[in-house]
Design a protein around this ligand. Structure first.
Ligand SMILES: [Fe+2]
Length: 378
């Protein structure tokens, strides 16, 4: 059994053993005498776990290299073809993604039929909510876009993707969601937005949060002046961009008077044959319960869930216990994540720790926080 550590140790970093090197391994050592060749029964690949902190990391190290080793074992050297392998492993990778084995591995198999999702990092250590999607056919979708202070970063990001946004989904008019977009609408500086999809708040709803009204009104005015066409979201409405479908699962809930702006957030699910994401924006407990008991209950299950209201005082813990998902996206700065505004861990009034404990209870090992930097999901 050949388990040469320079090729087959799965605990070695990808920089040392990239997939192509793993695939190039031959269990028959070079120069081995002919009569000894049949004595080589196969290969071993080892995932030594003494320095592996968690299951996510173990999966990261193991997949997809394990598939390369399998082929080294059962395919004759002259029949091996790395490009062919990358093409064939694509389907297997999809299954692994569903099972949660794929997290931030370097992408070797070109997933050319799925969307890429970025969770933009928090730029000013505050609670901006900002996501960008590039569909398989290159269309660009933005969810919210963060605070006005995050405008520069967002502009740079969109510019790098071609300065065109095919659809901008706006969950609700709180400043940490529409601040940057308002600035872009007021002065596009080259960004072309094809359409905005939103759930417009009527005056009666806007008046329920006097402190937030001014920002909301300037956003609506900016939309109007910009001339960008808007689509008024309706539950069940779908949009197709390439192989990706976006479906509106929730819009404003004027009958809910508690936490009025957040409980009227638009909820959007995005999916394609490879993966799905549920964007809850700042949804509160009341609107979360309404969604759970509504017609779209089954459609809430997803691969990635965006934690409601930055992970605290959003939907109830029962919502997270009921909906099935395998990974979380936290649009959350570190002080919110740790409930620490200077007094130490969990000393403020935020309920983030309860949410974090619930994720642990649910064994969600794949979690991405915006304070840790840019997250790219392929
Ligand atoms: Fe909000």
């Amino acid at each position: 059994m050949n388990s040469n550590r320079h090729f087959t140790y799965l605990d070695y970093p990808y920089e040392v053993t990239p997939l192509e090197k793993a695939y190039s391994f031959s269990p028959i050592p070079e120069g081995l005498e002919r009569e000894k060749v049949p004595k080589v029964l196969g290969l071993g690949c080892q995932m030594w776990g003494e320095y592996t902190p968690n299951l996510t990391r173990l999966y990261y190290q193991t997949f997809p290299r394990i598939a390369a080793f399998a082929e080294c074992g059962w395919t004759k050297a002259q029949d091996k073809n790395y490009d062919g392998f990358r093409e064939r492993v694509k389907n297997t990778e999809r299954r692994w993604r569903k099972l949660g084995y794929f997290n931030q591995q370097p992408s070797y198999a070109k997933q050319d039929d799925t969307f890429t999702l970025w969770q933009l990092p928090s730029q000013v250590n505050t609670i901006g909510n900002s996501y960008v999607i590039r569909t398989d056919d290159g269309q660009i979708i933005v969810m919210d876009g963060g605070m006005k202070e995050e405008e520069g970063y967002l502009r740079g990001f969109i510019a790098a993707l071609g300065n065109r946004v095919d659809c901008w989904f706006v969950s609700h008019p709180h400043s940490d969601h529409i601040g940057a977009l308002t600035r872009v609408l007021e002065n596009p500086m080259g960004i072309h937005i094809r359409q905005i999809c939103q759930t417009t708040y009527p005056e009666t709803l806007l008046d329920r949060e006097p402190g937030s009204k001014a920002d909301a009104v300037s956003y609506y005015e900016a939309v109007q002046k910009s001339g960008v066409p808007t689509v008024e979201a309706e539950p069940g409405m779908t949009f197709s961009f390439g192989h990706t479908t976006f479906k509106i699962l929730g819009i404003r809930n004027e009958e809910i008077t508690a936490n009025p702006y957040n409980n009227s957030c638009m909820v959007v699910k995005a999916w394609d044959p490879v993966k799905s994401v549920l964007f809850l924006a700042d949804l509160g407990a009341e609107a979360g319960d309404k969604l759970l008991n509504g017609p779209y209950r089954e459609e809430l299950d997803c691969d990635y869930i965006q934690m409601a209201h930055h992970g605290q005082t959003g939907v109830s813990m029962d919502f997270y216990r009921t909906v099935k998902f395998r990974a979380c996206l936290w649009p959350t700065p570190s002080w919110v994540y740790n409930n620490d505004v200077g007094g130490g861990f969990n000393t403020h009034i935020l309920t983030t720790i309860e949410t974090r404990d619930t994720m642990d209870e649910l064994n969600i090992t794949e979690q991405y926080m915006s304070f840790q930097g840019l997250t790219k999901i392929e």
